[in-house]
Design a protein around this ligand. Structure first.
Ligand SMILES: CC(C)(COP(=O)(O)OP(=O)(O)OC[C@H]1O[C@@H](n2cnc3c(N)ncnc32)[C@H](O)[C@@H]1OP(=O)(O)O)[C@@H](O)C(=O)NCCC(=O)NCCS
Length: 175
C-alpha cells in the first residue's frame, strides 16, 4: 500500500518500498542463496515483479519497507513487511514476513534481529496490533533464532509442499 511511515535508529532506516526498489528486491528473491528460506521460490521475472508491485500499491493491508544500512552510507540491504493486516475490533493482527537481508556482506551483524524488533514495535505501537504472527521453515535456523529472540512463541507445526513449517505468534502484552 502507499504509506509514508519511516522507522529509524542509529544503525538503519526503514523506508516505504518504491518502484525504484523492486528490481533490487527481485534480485534478492531470485538469488539461489535465499531459495531454501521461503515457501515459494519460483523465478520471478520483471513483469511479474511489476504486477506484484502494482497489486501491492492497491492493497490497504500490506506495509512493506526497504532496509537501509546507516553504517554503510544508507545502502539498501534488505526488506520486510507486515501484511494481511486484519483490523478486527476484538483482535487486530497481522502477518510478519518477507524478511530478507539480501546483501551477504551485511548478514550476521544483528540487522535481521534489529529490524524484526523495530517492525514489531511499530506494529504494536503505531498500528495498534494485538498479535503479530509468522511462518518459518524449520530448517531456517537463523530466522527461527531471530524470531525466538524477538519473543515469538511457537503455536503450531505443519507441512506445506513437503516443507515443515513452524507458526509463531507474538502478543502485544508480551512484547
Ligand atoms: C534470516 C536473515 C534475515 C538474518 O539476517 P541477519 O542480519 O544475518 O541476522 P542477525 O545478524 O540478526 O543474526 C541472527 C542470528 O543468527 C545467527 N546465525 C547466522 N547464521 C547462522 C547459521 N547458519 N546457523 C545458526 N545461526 C546463525 C547469528 O549469529 C545471530 O545470532 P546471535 O545474535 O546469537 O549471534 C538473513 O539471513 C536472510 O535474509 N536470510 C534469507 C531470507 C530468510 O531466511 N528470511 C526469513 C524467512 S522466514
Amino acid at each position: 500500500m502507499h504509506h509514508d511511515y519511516v522507522i529509524k535508529n542509529n544503525k538503519f532506516i526503514l523506508t516505504p518500498v518504491t518502484e525504484a526498489d523492486i528490481e533490487l528486491m527481485r534480485g534478492w528473491r531470485n538469488s539461489p542463496l535465499n531459495h531454501s528460506s521461503f515457501l515459494t521460490n519460483n523465478y520471478i521475472d520483471m513483469d511479474q515483479q511489476k504486477r506484484w508491485f502494482e497489486n501491492y500499491l492497491q492493497k490497504t493491508n500490506d506495509i512493506m519497507f526497504i532496509v537501509k544500512d546507516l553504517e554503510d552510507s544508507g545502502k539498501r540491504v534488505g526488506m520486510l513487511g507486515l501484511y494481511d493486516i486484519d483490523n478486527d475490533k476484538n483482535k487486530k493482527k497481522a502477518e510478519f514476513g518477507r524478511l530478507l537481508i539480501g546483501e551477504p556482506s551485511t548478514r550476521g551483524k544483528g540487522l535481521g534481529l534489529a529490524v524484526t524488533l523495530n517492525l514489531c514495535k511499530f506494529g504494536f505501537q503505531i498500528l495498534e496490533l494485538d498479535e503479530i504472527y509468522l511462518e518459518v521453515i524449520t530448517d531456517n535456523v537463523t530466522a527461527h533464532k531471530i524470531y525466538k529472540k524477538a519473543g515469538f512463541l511457537e503455536t503450531e507445526r505443519y507441512s506445506i509442499n513437503g516443507k515443515e513449517i513452524i507458526k509463531m505468534s507474538l502478543f502485544k502484552e508480551n512484547f
